[in-house]
Design a protein around this ligand. Structure first.
Ligand SMILES: [Zn+2]
Ligand SMILES: [Zn+2]
Length: 301
């Protein structure tokens, strides 16, 4: 197998075969093209990138760090410690901390346990199980809430996440089948703020595949944290199997889905406009936001 660019021996093949250095160049070029096309970064931006310690978020942080001198923006990393031992490697914090130090990036960490005001000994997973909500949805809800609140209060104007074509494709099918069209409308490389208290989102890896992110961190010698992905999330469902099946026949399938999503416009009827939560003041479409409702249900202050 030969590299399509330089004809040397190829190391990877996703859609095209590449050698190591041509792959890195091709990958970075594709991300830069997306950033330019959707004007994801402006001079003077203050961007907070959410880093779990896995291949996707670290690829995102790495590429943004390398672009600071070109686009002239400020970059910082936030790690949210979910405090579930099966989901977080004990080295996670250390891995991200040294990644940031080597690249001169400000590092911030917030912990679910501190926010919920529970003891270190409390098992977060057991705590979450006390409500009827699925654990993954509680975890996602808290992460989104804390990420937005922290970014706003610390003066950032954009939040970057490592969502890649695999995540987006899966979310797309799941939400399409359950007719959550207002969610699909948000699956764009850039999601502008919809409320003065909501920070805009950018997804620089929108057109990158999970396996490409893995190759990227490997070729760039970036240490990733072992169990930085949630163990519930890692459980493969029927969508993963279906998408894998299609992938084998059409390796460019996911790329074509996300590129399609970049173009389509979905009109969403918002019957409940956003307002501020009566308890915490964060944006919500209800009187009391889902995080405050959750805390009330568990009798947490
Ligand atoms: Zn090459
Ligand atoms: Zn609230």
């Amino acid at each position: 197998m030969r590299c399509v660019a330089c004809k040397k021996e190829a190391k990877v093949k996703f859609i095209y075969a590449f050698c190591e250095s041509c792959f890195i160049r091709h990958y970075e070029k594709r991300v830069r093209k997306l950033i330019n096309k959707f004007k994801l970064i402006q001079r003077g931006d203050k961007i907070l990138v959410a880093v779990s310690g896995g291949k996707d978020s670290l690829s995102c942080a790495e590429i943004l760090a390398s672009l600071r001198s070109i686009y002239k923006f400020k970059l910082a990393v936030l790690h949210i410690d979910v405090g579930v031992s099966t989901c977080t490697d004990f080295r996670t914090e250390e891995v991200i901390r040294s990644f940031c130090k080597e690249r001169d990036i400000d590092f911030y960490i917030i912990r679910f346990k501190d926010f919920l005001g529970v003891d270190e000994s409390v098992d977060i997973k057991e705590l979450f199980k006390k409500t009827r909500r699925p654990i993954c949805s509680t975890c996602g809800m808290l992460k989104r809430y804390l990420l937005n609140k922290f970014a706003r209060e610390a003066g950032f104007n954009k939040i970057a996440t490592g969502h890649c074509a695999d995540d987006i494709t899966k979310f797309f099918f799941k939400n399409w089948f359950s007719q959550n069209f207002d969610w699909i409308a948000k699956f764009k490389p850039f999601t502008p703020s919809s409320h003065p208290k909501i920070i805009s989102r950018i997804r620089p890896l929108f057109e990158c595949l999970e396996m490409e992110n893995l190759a990227y961190v490997k070729f760039k010698n970036i240490t990733i944290a072992g169990y930085s992905q949630c163990s519930y999330f890692l459980k493969k469902d029927k969508w993963d199997r279906l998408l894998k099946f299609i992938d084998e026949k059409r390796p460019d399938f996911k790329l074509n889905i996300v590129r399609g999503l970049e173009y389509i416009k979905i009109e969403v009827d918002k019957d409940r406009p956003l307002r501020e939560c009566e308890i915490c003041g964060e944006p919500t479409d209800r009187q009391v936001c889902s995080v405050c409702t959750f805390k009330e249900r568990l009798s947490l202050k």
